[in-house]
Ligand binder design. Structure first.
Ligand code: REL
Ligand code: ZN
Length: 423
């Protein structure tokens, strides 16, 4: 017999304990296993030079962009540390994230010093750090972002050490298609260099080029065995449209997803490089067209779509759309939405509109240890929101058991994703 939750205190304790401790699958990250050597980012200098912090530093710093980018990484980290942590109080989400991470790694001291953190990192091996971080973050596995058009990544997958079967099995792959969908001209050149005969003027009846692109995708699916294919798309993304992107989606990507029985993950609403001087930190957002996802879900009812939007304004539209299409799984509070106040409102709205049938969060971590803070901060908000939802149910006289809470939390943090992508 499962135990009933009888009052508010018991409810809060049970939900907090389960949300804090249930192992999560992180459905979208930019992390790599230790066998990908320099692609695996970790350490205090990487944490401090995360592009979220770079953007915040320039709001205070007197350095020019060129001066900052001209510095060695550890000097950039020194500068960010002085600017955001010593000369100002680190209250932003990204700076607080560094503090949570340091705290949970057990590195807190009365007189915080970068040299002390650097010394600690010098003593630890990458593989040991992976184990420690997964353990502290209570993350059981993560999905990477694997770009087959990126030379560094290609080299890693082409090296013997990284055949899929010998990879750290906590790291799943995802085949990322941004260069194909967002920069066809450059990508056509690359494909030609690699021996795929494609025409840069791609038309919808160009069977040879379409066949070659499909061959390329199929080979990469065989090579990396992804959980899904993925792309981030700009805020002006429209489907269908009279553009090459629509041709690629209709003639190559969706047919190959169908053949391999793989979902397509679509992340919409980014405006890349609005300030190129900020490099990776220079991306912006804008409200985008949710109706394009409606069109895709309706026109391809057997295709599964994992979708997230970047702008706050689009969240309600997207949640309502998920009520209409079971082949649509919405996930995460992406990037600029990954702050406690926005996770709270987005998650609450999703509970109200969708019950527990969505994936509330992913980390988007680029640096291994970010798993610690991103999950800790998100879990705290998800637990709070969930307590309020359950309380509303208890207030009606309906009974809730500990087992039911456990089931729901497992669904939210892992099972919804795995059930959805099941072939
Ligand atoms: O996957 C993406 O396109 C984005 O999440 C990234 O481009 C972005 O820079 C990331 O760091 C956001 O959290
Ligand atoms: Zn990402």
């Amino acid at each position: 017999m499962s135990i009933l939750i009888t009052n508010g205190t018991e409810l809060r304790n049970a939900v907090n304990r389960l949300v804090q401790n249930t192992p999560a699958t992180d459905v979208h990250t930019h992390l790599y296993p230790a066998s990908f050597s320099e692609l695996m980012l970790y350490g205090i200098d990487e944490l401090l030079t995360y592009h979220y912090l770079v953007a915040e530093t320039f709001r205070h710093s007197s350095l020019s962009y060129d001066e900052f980018w001209g510095l060695e990484k550890h000097h950039q980290a020194d500068h960010i540390w002085s600017t955001l942590f010593l000369e100002h109080t680190p209250i932003s989400e990204a700076t607080r994230g560094v503090l949570t991470t340091i705290n949970k790694l057990g590195l807190v001291s009365d007189e915080p010093k970068l040299s002390q953190y650097r010394d600690w990192y010098d003593q630890i091996q990458p593989q040991e750090l992976v184990d420690l971080v997964f353990d502290l973050a209570k993350v059981k596995d993560v999905v990477m972002t694997n770009d087959p058009f990126d030379q560094d990544e290609r080299d890693k997958w082409n090296s013997k050490a990284n055949v899929r079967s010998s990879l750290d099995n906590r790291f799943h792959s995802a085949l990322r298609l941004d260069p194909l969908l967002n920069d066809w001209e450059t990508t056509a050149k690359k494909l030609n260099q690699w021996g795929y005969r494609v025409d840069a003027q791609l038309g919808e009846t160009d069977d040879e080029s379409l066949g070659e692109i499909t061959r390329f995708l199929w080979e990469w699916i065989q090579k990396i065995d992804p959980l899904y294919l993925a792309a981030s798309l700009p805020s002006d993304f429209k489907y269908p449209n009279s553009d090459i992107r629509t041709i690629l989606i209709q003639k190559c990507i969706l047919p190959i997803c169908a053949k391999a029985k793989l979902p397509l993950s679509i992340m919409v609403g980014v405006k890349r490089g609005v300030n190129p001087s900020l490099r990776l930190a220079g991306d912006m957002l804008a409200s985008a067209d949710v109706t394009s996802i409606e069109n895709l879900c309706r026109d391809f009812p057997n295709q599964k779509f994992l979708v997230t939007f970047l702008s706050r304004e689009d969240q309600h539209h997207l949640s309502v759309l998920a009520r209409k299409f079971k082949n649509l799984m919405i996930f995460g509070c992406w990037w600029f939405l990954n702050t406690p106040s926005l996770i709270k409102e987005t998650t609450q709205m999703r509970f109200e509109l969708l019950g527990t049938s969505f994936v509330p969060q992913h980390s988007d971590a680029r640096i291994l240890e970010q798993l610690i803070y991103k999950w800790s901060h998100s879990r705290a908000v998800i637990a709070d929101v969930l307590v309020d939802q359950y309380q509303g149910v208890l207030d009606t006289g309906w009974k809730i058991t500990h087992d039911e809470v456990e089931r729901d939390v497992n669904d939210l943090l892992s099972d919804n994703f795995w059930r959805f992508i099941k072939k």
